[in-house]
Design a protein around this ligand. Sequence first.
Ligand SMILES: NC(=O)c1ccc[n+]([C@@H]2O[C@H](COP(=O)([O-])OP(=O)(O)OC[C@H]3O[C@@H](n4cnc5c(N)ncnc54)[C@H](O)[C@@H]3O)[C@@H](O)[C@H]2O)c1
Length: 301
Amino acid sequence: MRDFHGRVAVVTGAASGIGRGLAARFAAEGMKVVLADVEKEALVLAAAELEQQGADVLAVETDVASRESVDALRDAAIEHFGRVHVLCNNAGVAGGGGGPLWTATPNDWKWVVDVNLMGVVHGIQSFIPAMLDHGEEGHIVNTSSVLGLGTGGGSVYGVTKHAVTRLTEGLYYDLQAAGANLGVSVLCPGLIATRIIEADRNRPPALRDDVQPTEEMQQRRRASVEHWARDGMPPEEVAEIVLEAVRERRFYILTHPAYRARVEERMRAILDGSPPPPLPSPEAALGAVAMPARGAGDTAT
Ligand SMILES: NC(=O)c1ccc[n+]([C@@H]2O[C@H](COP(=O)([O-])OP(=O)(O)OC[C@H]3O[C@@H](n4cnc5c(N)ncnc54)[C@H](O)[C@@H]3O)[C@@H](O)[C@H]2O)c1
């Protein structure tokens, strides 16, 4: 996609982190931007900040886990701006227990699958028919993770991210077969300085388990928050990488060249029939992210 000015972008999870970075970068390119997020206060603030900078924006409170809510987002976007050209299915949560996979609860699975996987499915089902109908050039970016390409900790999270990668590959073929004027990319970020560690701030009360976080869990969480803030790539840099990839119609978007080796190692292990490669530390840390999110008594820091 070459022409951004005056076109319309919809970004889910736009109130924070990568989504907020994408919304700002698209606005700087002269796009009209629809910011969608479940966290109302942060959404209003993010939209106000862009408006102050002269951007033409619309904020729509949206829960991507709900098809009805995503349909309402589409309707609001089209009613306000006429059509949609760029769709970023970006909203996501880290969760699912930091312990062994067999200790993740049904609520852990439901929350993470509903947001990370079904959120992307809902975006595709709701928006693509309308994007095909108007026939103008467009692009879809689905946010996966390096954990959606390689292997590592955070198994519930990783399962959903592998699903998003595979789903986006399928979408690529489907759009080709339909002769669509739409490009598609899967964004696979490494460590990014966002609030993903505090994702449980948006966990629905009905999907919380009554687990009190231990002192050790809380310590791990604090360490992860610091690690992400200190060592993560700024979301603005990710947004720059994404814009270039959309411009060039690049399918796989990796933010950290260092992670390429991880992808290669996993592929080699598959072909060699060896066990999964050992856990590297940043990915392993994502496994720790989720642990406190299970406790109803746990508060975001
Ligand atoms: N930060 C990283 O290191 C990293 C690495 C790889 C992939 N990712 C992915 O990047 C994406 C963006 O996350 P981030 O790192 O910017 O985290 P973030 O927590 O800063 O932002 C995520 C946004 O999604 C919103 N959200 C959560 N549940 C939602 C729902 N049900 N409906 C609508 N919005 C919802 C949150 O309110 C938040 O504003 C996610 O898909 C995440 O899995 C992040």
